[in-house]
Design a protein around this ligand. Sequence first.
Ligand SMILES: [Ca+2]
Ligand SMILES: [Ca+2]
Length: 194
Amino acid sequence: MPTLPFRATTLAARSIGVAAGLSVAALTLGVAGPASAESIGVTDPRDTAHGSDLRSVEVRNLETRVVVVTTHTNLRRDPASGSGGAVFLDTDPADKGPERVLVGGYFEGTDYQLLETEGFNRRTWGDPVEGSYGLTLDYRQDRVVMRMSRAALGNPEDVRVAVTSSGTKSDGSGDAVVDWLGAPRSFTPWVARG
Ligand SMILES: [Ca+2]
Ligand SMILES: [Ca+2]
């Protein structure tokens, strides 16, 4: 288990634990375009009333890299927001669950890391991936742009993602507000390699 050098990871990990305890709500995903396309956009119907609230996710499976863009309600630089998130990537349909997770903090001074994983639970998270990837925070457009080289993902063909974001409640309780794209631990449709 790697030690991640930022506070948001703890929040993200705790959020996933919290999310695991939630009942799976019957949420519907709004899917734009055919699932066979090399890019899809998925909107999230649930509003958490926190700035980290996940609004939509776009996945582009390009020739040399995979790009995931998440859009939020109001990303802030303030550490008090506690905002962070995780993008789970399913890169192998023959191996159950996700094979990679990109974990990051969404407030100023945080970091991010792409890890190998055997599943959603943090206990199954493994070593950092050697390879080229990056995460850019866009506070003006409330977006997080994540780019991962195909090699860093193990040279997959089709990919799909499950996404969660979280933040710290502003009521002083320190509790996390968790938002998954659609139902907890649910994946988008497969996105074909472009
Ligand atoms: Ca949401
Ligand atoms: Ca898999």
